[in-house]
Ligand binder design. Structure first.
Ligand code: ADP
Length: 398
């Protein structure tokens, strides 16, 4: 029996989960927020208890120290020696990483070099790795890449229709993201459907703050909606998703508040999507409340969100030439019953139909009607578990 930590480090946060492996039992989980700011918050949940402390946490190294100290203080573990592995979620793996990998200095340097592809995420992910290496240098450290699952895409899909020198010199191509989640829910879907993944065509829809849709052919990603960066695809919580790229220089030229392309990209990443259109919130629960209160901006934001989702799912029916199932996952996908209903109603021509008794809050598994030609499933994603499993898998290979 060993203990493994899975780490998801953001620029100012660190989400973690401690597992007993191989039992896959969650012993504790936590979230450290506002790293680098005053009044950082560290929350630990274990059993039915919750501990919260507010203190100033300067950087990721200090955050890791606090999380490890808490494990001892709260008697979740007796000794650090019980922890034998740590897995880190890495957003951008570029073309270098087709699978999760043990982290050595060379891998860490590559992750840092790939920061150009994920400037908000990779430096934070690397900081998480460094923090663990400094405090627990002897444990197995594994990097799990969001992009790895999508390295099976073919050039005709991952290349953009622009001169090849931009790929050759600048590595401009589609990389995708959320791969860990797409991989996990596809595997779970095969179990629920009682069929082998090798014979299934699936459309997996990860709809959280970030949104991405993947076409999964016989277990492999053959297309996905995120692109060179996670800004591409359907509309998201604060991201625009796909827009005409000519808008960017046009705004730089005309809007004095947007002085360069970086300012426009920032607006498209952080002030757009549900938040931008509704002018109120990026949170689907607030949008739903706005619709109830007859706020026309919330209604518009919701309708645009559904429109984009429907179009991407429709596209992937063409990419796969038909599909056996659509899988909804992540915060909105798992919980927003009306969203699922509205998206699927718009796809009724395909012979898809929900069972209203099953498309209800809290229900997971198959939610389509018995006569639906395509199954619809709700599967809670569990990226942390995939990370912990990958640590175990790679540890055995050492
Ligand atoms: P992240 O991409 O940050 O991991 P999540 O997968 O946690 O995001 O998804 C966050 C989104 O899930 C938010 O928009 C939130 O409103 C939505 N969400 C969570 N619970 C519900 C719910 N009960 N009904 C509708 N939307 C929900």
């Amino acid at each position: 029996m060993t203990k493994t930590v899975s780490i998801n480090a953001g620029s100012s946060s660190l989400k973690w989960q401690l597992y007993e492996m191989p039992e896959e039992k969650v012993l504790a989980k936590g979230l450290i927020e506002r790293i680098g700011l005053k009044n950082s918050i560290s929350t630990v949940r274990f059993g039915d208890q919750k501990e919260e402390q507010v203190l100033d946490i300067a950087d990721h190294i200090q955050a890791v120290k606090i999380l490890l100290d808490d494990l001892i203080k709260l008697r979740i573990i007796k000794d650090f020696a019980e922890i034998t592995g740590v897995g880190h979620r890495i957003v951008a793996g570029g073309e270098d990483f087709e699978d999760s990998t043990i982290v050595d200095n060379e891998v860490l340097a590559k992750i840092e070099k790939l920061s150009a592809l994920a400037p908000l995420h990779n430096p934070a992910n690397a900081a998480g790795i460094r923090a663990f290496k400094e405090i627990l240098p002897d444990i197995t450290s594994v990097a799990v890449f969001d992009t790895a699952f999508h390295t099976t895409m073919q050039p005709a899909t991952y290349l953009y229709p622009i001169p090849p020198k931009y790929y050759e010199e600048y590595q401009i191509r589609k990389y995708g993201a959320h791969g860990t989640s797409h991989r996990y829910v596809a595997q779970e879907a095969a179990k629920i459907l009682g069929r082998s993944l090798d014979e299934l065509k699936l459309i997996t829809a990860h709809i959280g703050n970030g949104v991405s849709i993947t076409a999964n052919y016989h277990g492999k990603s053959i297309d996905t909606s995120m692109g060179f960066t996670p800004l591409a695809g359907p509309m998201m919580g604060t991201r625009s998703g796909d827009i005409d790229p000519a808008i960017i220089p046009y705004l730089v030229e005309h809007d004095p508040n947007l002085k360069d392309s970086a300012a426009v990209i920032n607006m498209l990443n952080k002030q757009s999507g549900l938040a931008g259109v509704s002018e109120s919130s990026s949170d689907m629960r607030d949008i739903e409340a706005g619709i109830k209160a007859k706020d026309p901006k919330a209604v518009l934001a919701y309708n645009m969100f559904i429109d984009r989702l429907k179009k991407f799912i429709g596209q992937y029916f063409a990419v796969l030439n038909g599909a056996d199932a659509i899988i909804f996952t992540a915060g909105i996908g798992e919980n927003a019953v009306n969203m699922r209903n509205d998206v699927i109603q718009g796809l009724s021509w395909f012979g898809i139909e929900l069972d209203p008794a099953k498309n209800v809050f809290g229900y997971t598994g198959e939610i389509s009607s018995a006569r639906s030609k395509v199954k619809v499933l709700v599967i809670p994603t569990d990226e942390e578990l995939v990370i912990a499993r990958d640590v175990e898998r790679l540890k055995k290979k050492i």
